[in-house]
Design a protein around this ligand. Structure first.
Ligand code: C2E
Ligand code: CA
Ligand code: CA
Length: 563
């Protein structure tokens, strides 16, 4: 059984022939621990902090539960005018008792539903011999179900009881007790009757009545005014139920009075009203549905990832990837000095898929390593082919993902490919994002050293979008900074972008880095960059990324134009 045992209390147990005096003593003074009770040997572990006085007593005869005595029963006694000493429990106890066998107590909601259906505050838990081994109370349930979350958005107005049982303070306590029993309520409010409105002054509860009785006070002679609890704990109808909950917790009370603008009585809200707000069936049903949906989504996601993973593997095997090249332009020399290689996936089923959609997955499933190799190899072969075609020497920038970069043999592998195609390391440039530089710093620094030794250049991509400052970046030996396109956008109009970009350009120059501006789309952006000292640009203004064939046509056409 998987239930929170903290809601099960050790019950106070007496026999039917015990005098009522003793029962009242127990209910008014005794703490759970000092109950003069016998427990069964196979008692279940129950809550240790039984700090509240016992609001009910279970009546046991021949080791079986035969009745229950609650505060309400004792209030009844008061108005019957019986003498306590001469009355025994069996004359007053409620029987039969609504109870729950321990084996059926599989979750809290079963207990909660029983209590709600039968409008009871106490639910004895029985062993197989019908002996009460524990007690669940509405208060303990309410605390366990901690309704904080769903009470927040509900207003008092929705749930408070408007039909409040009230009287004036000059009434005798006996009359008040009668009113309680007659109306089946656990408290009566004392008010000042101002004909059109009622001003609440105090409250008398079942518990008070029992207490006065145990002190052997004459309830007919006592007036409500002499014994009522005041001041009252009040809230406004627009307060939410969470506030009610918190106030009850902090003041250790079970009911709050709701007053209007003129402090007039509007209603009352009790612990039971709060507990009734939690529809356990709804809640457990909802949770189940949600959990089911989450599981379903996770299954779907795992399935999709696996499927896409398989597709990616297949795409590599079947040569569905292609490298595109976006020209990089020198504004001063008016020539293309290089290109960035950008991968494309031509899926026979889904068409052209952008890298932002599959590179993260390739990283996740480790495919980025063989894919990265393919990119390097393809780019190097292309460089060689263009050289053979007689195109001018170009620097080709290749994007390297984090996993790829942290491979220990990356430099070696690159050098092998360069050797294979007989090209100079200066033809290649690696683009790394800033975020890569802030993880695994020792390994990154080591890799930089090896690449530097192999004369392979490094660019910092998307500069400005990560965590790294230029000061931090100085620790790494790189050659080029690529200003992210978000800073380039509308740079001639956007003051913030203008300030950031011109600062980056200035600092980079001081530190001896090259600067390339990415995503240049308009002539105005280009002019601004050039005027502020950045002469290398890449973007749609020059050209979109092109297939290898289109790229070579583009270069040829451009050089003819310049001639
Ligand atoms: P990135 O490295 O920042 O690449 C630049 C992206 O900006 C490219 O998108 C390019 O097409 C786009 N772009 C270029 N000029 C402009 C412009 O003027 N305006 C606008 N709005 N966009 C422009 P693409 O090709 O979709 O690549 C997206 C990202 O995918 C790349 O961002 C890069 O992080 C990654 N990626 C692309 N190819 C590879 C690759 O071969 N290997 C790895 N590891 N990542 C790659
Ligand atoms: Ca890039
Ligand atoms: Ca970029």
């Amino acid at each position: 059984m998987n239930i929170d045992k903290s809601i099960i209390f050790s019950p106070c147990i007496l026999t039917p022939s015990t005098s009522l005096n003793e029962a009242i003593n127990l209910m008014t003074k005794a703490k759970g621990s000092s109950c003069q009770v016998s427990y069964s040997d196979h008692r279940i572990p129950t809550s240790k902090n039984v700090s509240q006085t016992s609001s009910c007593i279970l009546i046991v005869e021949n080791k079986k539960l035969v009745g229950i005595l609650t505060e309400r029963d004792l209030v009844k006694l008061t108005i019957q005018g019986k003498i306590l000493q001469n009355t025994v429990i069996s004359e007053l106890m409620t029987t039969p008792v609504i109870s729950l066998p321990y084996e059926e107590f599989s979750d809290l909601y079963i207990a909660y539903n029983l209590m709600r259906r039968h409008r009871i505050r106490h639910l004895p838990i029985l062993d197989i011999h019908n002996y009460p081994i524990g007690l669940v109370t509405l208060s303990s349930l309410r605390q366990t179900l901690s309704p904080r979350y769903f009470l927040r958005f509900r207003e008092i107005d929705e749930v408070m009881t408007r039909n409040v049982i009230w009287d004036v303070p000059s009434t005798s306590v006996m009359e008040i007790a009668k009113k309680m029993v007659f109306n089946k309520v656990s408290c009566v409010l004392l008010v000042e009757d101002k004909s059109d409105i009622l001003i609440p002054l105090g409250i008398i509860t079942e518990k008070d009545i029992i207490q006065f009785q145990s002190l052997e006070l004459n309830l007919k002679e006592l007036t409500a005014e002499q014994v009522m609890s005041c001041p009252l704990f009040c809230l406004k109808p627009e307060n939410n139920l969470l506030q009610v909950y918190q106030k009850m917790e902090e003041s250790r009370i079970r009911r709050l009075v709701i007053t209007g603008e003129k402090e007039e009585l509007l209603g009352i809200i009790t612990e039971t009203d709060l507990a009734n707000m939690i529809d356990p069936i709804e809640m457990s049903g909802l949770l189940e549905i949600l959990q089911h949906r989450v599981n379903q989504l996770e299954d779907e996601k795992a399935f999709l990832l696996e499927k896409q993973g398989l597709e990616l593997h297949q795409a590599l095997e079947e040569n569905q990837f292609e490298l595109y090249y976006q020209p990089q332009f020198n504004l001063r020399k008016k020539n293309v000095f290089g290109a960035e290689a950008l991968i494309r996936w031509n899926s026979p089923e889904k068409g052209r898929i952008p890298p932002t959609e599959f590179i993260p997955l390739a990283e996740k499933i480790g495919l980025i390593i063989p894919l990265g190799q393919w990119i390097l190899e393809t780019a190097c072969k292309q460089i060689k082919d263009w050289q053979k075609e007689g195109l001018p020497n170009l620097e080709i920038a290749i994007n390297i993902s984090s996993k790829q970069f942290h491979q220990p043999n990356l430099a070696e592998e690159i050098l092998n490919i360069l050797n294979k195609y007989e090209i100079e390391p200066q033809c290649l440039k690696l683009e790394l994002t800033e975020s890569l530089l802030v993880q695994n710093i020792d390994m990154t620094l080591e890799q930089f050293k090896i690449l530097k030794k192999a004369k392979i250049e490094i660019s910092i991509d998307d500069f400005g979008t990560g965590y790294a400052s230029l000061g931090y970046l100085q620790h790494f030996d790189f050659n080029t900074l690529k200003i992210d396109r978000s800073f380039v956008k509308d740079i001639h109009k956007n003051l913030k972008n203008a300030a950031i970009t011109s600062a980056i350009i200035r600092m980079a120059k001081q530190l001896g880095f090259q600067v390339v501006a990415e995503g240049v789309e308009t002539q105005e952006e280009s002019d601004f960059l050039y005027a502020h000292g950045c002469e290398l640009i890449q973007g749609y203004l020059i050209s979109r990324p092109l297939s290898a064939r289109d790229f070579s046509k583009f270069i040829t056409a451009l050089s003819e134009k310049i001639k």
